[in-house]
Design a binder for this molecule. Structure first.
Ligand SMILES: [Zn+2]
Ligand SMILES: [Zn+2]
Ligand SMILES: [Zn+2]
Ligand SMILES: [Zn+2]
Length: 139
């Protein structure tokens, strides 16, 4: 049986109605309590603050590229989450990394070398979509 997906939120209708420690949780940003709104467990933020931060692309919290709330990744990535950074050079290029898996620069560089053997053969690589003639035949 697949495990139940853990709910990242504390809910006013559940935890908010309780008496325990969880019922006292509140938003560290605006002070809303779990009795007033849902609270994101991991960061102690209410849903209104999360929405607002995403809208504003709040620094150190939300990725400037895709708008995901991922404070740990964003801090490491200089404003961008892991998914928006080029895995090769580490530079952010959200739109292109999403399509190509590399930033534009690295994709361009990669377009010169055979993905398999690393031979520099721009014309062949372009023609064979990443492979030199030889590797293209071996495929
Ligand atoms: Zn809040
Ligand atoms: Zn991102
Ligand atoms: Zn790159
Ligand atoms: Zn090759």
């Amino acid at each position: 049986m697949p495990g139940r997906i853990k709910n990242p939120w504390l809910d006013p209708n559940k935890e908010g109605k309780g008496r325990g420690r969880r019922a006292k949780r509140y938003c560290v940003r605006c002070g809303n309590t779990v009795r007033q709104s849902r609270i994101l467990k991991a960061y102690n933020l209410c849903e209104y603050c999360v929405q607002e931060m995403k809208k504003k692309k709040e620094k150190n919290w939300v990725c400037l590229g895709c708008g995901r709330l991922a404070p740990e990744e964003v801090k490491v990535g200089g404003g961008y989450c892991r998914k928006c950074l080029c895995p090769a050079c580490g530079k952010p290029d959200p739109a292109y990394v999403k399509i190509a898996g590399l930033c534009r620069e690295c994709a361009k560089t990669a377009g010169v070398f055979c993905i398999r053997c690393g031979k520099e053969a721009p014309a062949q690589v372009r023609k064979n979509k990443g492979f030199c003639d030889l590797c293209s035949k071996k495929k």
